[in-house]
Ligand binder design. Structure first.
Ligand code: COI
Length: 356
């Protein structure tokens, strides 16, 4: 494992005083982690340095062809002062899967985890403690060759920034309204839908703007071929409770394999519930809503945690779910996941990793 050079800021910023107004991803801490890659040297010179602008040539490949990968995970401070990460190895594994798909050199897993632990430890005083808050960790890699031909870059920067954050949605745990999109598509099998990369998010913007204009906070994507099967929401994976069973779209290659998604599946199975990962057609959903079999719906994601869905709109139908409120499974998952993350619920499944 490589040793990380640490250069501390001489001009620390003022920390936010009102943790109820953090919002999501707006404030950044005093430091960042940075490591360089070249084909000759591999990943080298890891350092924690003061948070600062980076200088890139306008020809840097990331600006033109989008060769980049990002991740998202969180750190929490427990009541007894410990710092916990939630399943960081799952994010590291997914990051390297994204890297392989995007022709970015993988980062050795021990260096990746050490980088996260080190930057979080240096900026430990920035971890908020108010309910619903955490330190959001954003690792990302960008292609930096100054070159306009289309090929994988030979140089990269791996950076980690930290943002003390509150709820992703302004509504907090209040149920969100979701628009089922049947015109635009996000991803197709064989494409980059299962990689965590900016291209998937820019592909979502036009539909998101359309949904916002109609009063919906997010878009639920259908498969890109038949526009028939439910995929994901973009900022989160999606779950339904239909006739007593928990159902979520199977990972087909165009869906992001969410860490919170995996945790919901594991917890529901641990509680003895029936869980099905399978294809779910939008027609099945509309019919389940019509007959009352659709009992609950929620989204899962690192930023969104567990986000109950109160209404789904498909074409001209609006399906109201759980009377527009928070269903019992969504609430139990939210309480358990956030409880484990913050050290309030016993971590029976061994998911948390302590930062010393
Ligand atoms: C996350 O949940 O960490 C994500 O990366 C989703 C992002 C759109 C905020």
């Amino acid at each position: 494992m490589q040793e990380i050079r640490i250069e501390r800021t001489k001009t620390p910023k003022t920390k936010p005083t009102d943790q109820s107004k953090l919002g999501f991803g707006k404030i950044f801490t005093d430091h960042m982690y940075i490591m360089e890659y070249s084909t000759e040297k591999g990943w080298h010179d890891p350092a924690v340095v003061p948070y600062q602008s980076i200088s890139l040539e306008p020809s840097a490949m990331v600006f033109h062809y989008g060769q980049e990968m990002f991740e998202g995970l969180k750190a929490y401070k427990t009541e007894d002062g410990r710092i916990l990460l939630f399943r960081p190895n799952k994010n590291i594994e997914r990051a390297n899967n994204s890297n392989r798909r995007l022709c970015i050199p993988p980062v050795p897993e021990d260096d990746f985890l050490n980088a996260i632990k080190t930057i979080v430890s240096v900026d430990r005083d920035w971890i908020p403690t108010a309910p619903g808050t955490s330190l959001y960790i954003r690792p990302f890699i960008i292609a930096t060759d100054p070159f306009l031909g289309v090929r994988p870059s030979n140089t990269y920067k791996f950076i980690i920034i930290l943002s003390p954050s509150g709820a992703y949605y302004e509504s907090g745990l209040d149920p969100v309204k979701i628009w089922i999109e049947d015109d635009y598509v996000r991803a197709v099998r064989g494409g980059i839908g299962e990689a965590k990369t900016g291209g998937n998010y820019v592909a979502s913007l036009a539909a998101q703007v359309k949904a916002h204009d109609e009063g919906y906070s997010q878009v639920l994507w259908l498969d890109g071929v038949e526009r028939k099967y439910i995929e994901e929401v973009g900022a989160m994976n999606i779950f339904f409770k239909i006739n007593g069973k928990v159902v979520t779209p199977m990972l087909t290659g165009s869906i992001l394999p969410g860490v919170t998604r995996a945790s919901c599946i594991d917890l529901c199975k641990h509680w003895g519930m029936d869980v099905e990962e399978r294809r779910i057609s939008v027609d099945e959903l509309v019919e389940a809503a019509r007959t009352g079999a659709l009992e609950e719906c929620w989204g899962s994601g690192t930023a969104a945690v567990i986000s109950p869905v109160g209404a789904l709109r498909y074409e001209n139908d609006v399906m109201t779910i759980a009377d527009g409120g928070i269903g019992p499974v969504s609430q139990k998952l939210y309480d358990t996941v956030t409880g484990i993350q913050t050290g309030k619920v016993v971590d029976e499944l061994g998911w948390t990793v302590e930062v010393k």
